[in-house]
Design a protein around this ligand. Structure first.
Ligand SMILES: *Cc1c(COP(=O)(O)O)cnc(C)c1O
Length: 384
């Protein structure tokens, strides 16, 4: 495939970035597991940690096509992508502004590691643009957002953030994991760098740990220069698994988003539920903004049960939906952020982020929603 421009999303998922099997004409990409390649007359010295094996290079084309960027890099985990990219753009004495609600691992990376590098950071008080503006200093080099965010599905105004940053020559980064490129392409709103935990919707089957970053050639080169030193590349076998997963990403994510909207509506009218967080519900404080910047509202939602019901008891009573740490697989899962993703935060930090002990994060799968509803109903009635 030479030209990506006018291809439909399922065609991009299926075909862009295939490794052609010239030798046997197989239907799928062969895997090149070599860690050693001859460097005859070419400049390219192929080596897995240089992110340039045939499978790595080709899969980057698919991810770049999905995010509508010039280029991409694939990493051994989402945190490898996040940490490498941040360290590529932040030097000693630089400052970064990060939004208040962030994935727990990203938050920990910043507060536990940045002091060692002499990098300054500030978190916004809320998600308003005034709040971002207030934290920007002379030495601010990066603005970092996550929308929808984990676990409360808050929405940040991508266009307003990018406008603010561009005016001041600041690089913008987004963790686009929750939306996936299927539901949201942040370059359309002026964001520079897209980060992914490919462990989530890109992988989609709870069997791949990987990360990705998509950006312009210029930005990818800056990231690559640090990435080859930090050594966070992904093995070619896992690259190949990820390629297979991405072929069905649009089908999966569309279905999950449709299911999540149905489940959010169901939970919102359930008298055992006190609150539902889902950007696709008209009652969500940023419903209009979400509608403007997202194609669908994604497969993730959160809810709070009435105080009389213990969240852990409820999750243990489920039979079909699994209480589970990760998210975005084709199977539905639930977890308590207090016990897992945000367990390392202090109770005050959680309180600041609005994460209550009774909060449950729901990663909606591809099952029939009637079966998911039946499971929730039986779990609730078993606790009466
Ligand atoms: C899981 C996740 C990460 C970290 O990814 P890993 O693959 O676990 O390293 C980063 N951001 C978000 C939003 C996530 O959900």
């Amino acid at each position: 495939m030479k030209e990506n421009k006018n291809l439909g999303i399922n065609t991009i998922c299926t075909h862009i970035g295939e490794v052609k099997d010239e030798q046997f004409k197989g239907a799928i990409s062969p895997i090149y597991m070599s860690t050693s390649y001859e460097f005859d007359n070419v400049d390219v010295k192929r080596y897995p940690r240089y992110f340039n094996t045939p499978n790595q290079e080709m899969l980057c084309k698919k991810i770049a096509a999905l995010e509508k960027t010039e280029n991409a890099l694939i990493f051994g985990s989402g945190m490898a992508a996040v940490s490498t990219t941040l360290l590529a753009f932040l030097h000693k004495g630089d400052h970064i502004v990060l939004q208040q609600t962030l994935y727990g691992g990203t938050y920990n990376f910043v507060v536990e590691e940045f002091d060692k590098f002499g990098i300054e950071y500030s978190f916004t008080k809320d998600l308003s643009i005034a709040s971002f503006q207030k934290e920007i200093k002379e030495n601010t080099k990066v603005l970092y957002i996550e929308t929808p965010s984990n676990p409360l599905l808050t929405i940040t105004d991508m266009k307003a953030v990018s406008k603010l940053a561009t005016k001041k020559g600041i690089v913008t980064m987004i963790d686009n994991t929750f939306a996936s490129p299927i539901n949201q392409t942040p370059v359309d709103f002026g964001i520079d760098i897209m980060l992914h935990s490919a462990t989530k919707y890109m992988g989609g089957h709870s069997d791949v740990l990987a990360g990705a970053v998509a950006a312009s050639n210029e930005h990818i080169e800056i990231i690559w220069n640090v990435a080859k030193n930090l050594g966070g590349s992904l093995s070619d076998f896992m690259v190949w698994i990820l390629e297979r997963s991405l072929k069905t990403m649009n089908l999966r994510v569309k279905r999950q988003s449709k299911n999540a909207l149905k489940m959010a509506k169901y939970l919102a009218q359930n008298t055992n539920v006190s609150r539902v967080y889902y950007p696709g519900l008209k009652g969500h404080p940023n419903y209009k903004l979400a509608k403007k910047q997202m194609k669908n509202f994604g497969g993730m939602l959160s809810f709070e049960l009435n105080d009389s019901i213990n969240a852990m008891d409820f999750m243990n009573a489920l039979e079909l939906i699994k209480p589970s740490m990760s998210l975005a697989g084709i199977e539905s899962t639930m977890l308590s952020p207090t016990q897992t993703s945000h367990a390392l935060l202090t109770p005050e930090e959680r309180e600041n982020q609005g994460i209550k002990d009774g909060l449950i994060r729901f990663s909606v799968g591809i099952e029939e929603t009637k079966d998911l509803i039946a499971d929730i109903e039986q779990a609730l009635s078993s606790l009466q």
